[in-house]
Design a protein around this ligand. Structure first.
Ligand code: TYD
Length: 215
């Protein structure tokens, strides 16, 4: 795996990861706001999605009603969406010197498809290394959430669950462990925070760490 900091790109690439209902979007929005207030150009994006083809692939893989999508097909759809996202959106923004903030990235595939679906973390990591040409984040922020609590949070207000969210608790437990394993393997490139901290406390800790990475 190429060390992202060795790529000498002018921008900063940050990914938010965590189980469903961890509060990633809230924290991504707060960080984007704080960085913009400091005069940074921030590009906020999400996966699957971020490009026209990616949004189409998103609805194919997340919506119910497309018939059986087996694990390998699912992994390849996420990787295909990511290839477009990296080439069309993330790499150009980093080359311009922007801060790119993505809601989910490769670690979601490693956790959900590699571990949750049992395809193998290393295999999925290698597939995505190829799909993105080795475009890894400078920092991944993992919001660690207990799956049961995540389910309560995300179904508040009766939000319907997508194909992945509606998997049983054991699936979500294995995903939680996978994010923590990824962080433990490369501690310098991860910030793991307990999603139960208050919104303000999480935002402050994230901003502190990100500031250290900004030129
Ligand atoms: P997300 O956008 O976080 O869902 P929402 O905004 O509706 O809460 O993610 C959609 C789902 O896709 C989520 O359950 C995780 C899953 N996913 C994968 O299984 N693999 C991947 O590579 C990605 C990016 C997401």
């Amino acid at each position: 795996m190429t060390s992202p900091l060795q790529q000498h790109r002018p921008g900063l690439f940050l990914a938010f990861e965590g189980g469903d209902g961890a509060g990633k979007s809230t924290q991504a929005a707060l960080l984007a706001e704080a960085l913009a207030a400091q005069g940074r150009t921030v590009l906020r994006t999400r996966e699957p999605g971020g490009t026209p083809i990616g949004e189409k692939l998103r609805s194919l893989v997340l919506d119910h009603g497309h018939g059986t999508i087996d694990a390998r097909c699912e992994a390849l759809i996420f990787a295909a969406a990511r290839a477009a996202h990296g080439d069309q959106v993330i790499a150009p923004a980093l080359a311009r010197g922007d801060v790119v903030l993505t809601d989910r990235y490769i670690d979601s595939s490693v956790a959900y498809q590699g571990v949750g679906r049992g395809l193998g973390a290393e295999r999925i990591s290698a597939l995505n290394e190829w799909a993105t040409g080795g475009l890894w984040p400078d920092l991944t922020i993992v919001l660690d959430v207990d799956p049961e609590e995540g389910r309560v949070r995300r179904t508040a207000g009766d939000a319907a669950e997508d194909r992945l969210e509606s998997e049983p608790d054991e699936f979500h437990l294995s995903i939680r462990a996978a994010f923590l394993d990824a962080a433990a393997a490369h501690p310098g490139r991860y910030l793991v925070l307990n999603a139960r901290l208050s919104i303000q406390e999480l935002a402050a800790q994230i901003l502190d760490r990100v500031r250290m990475l900004l030129p």
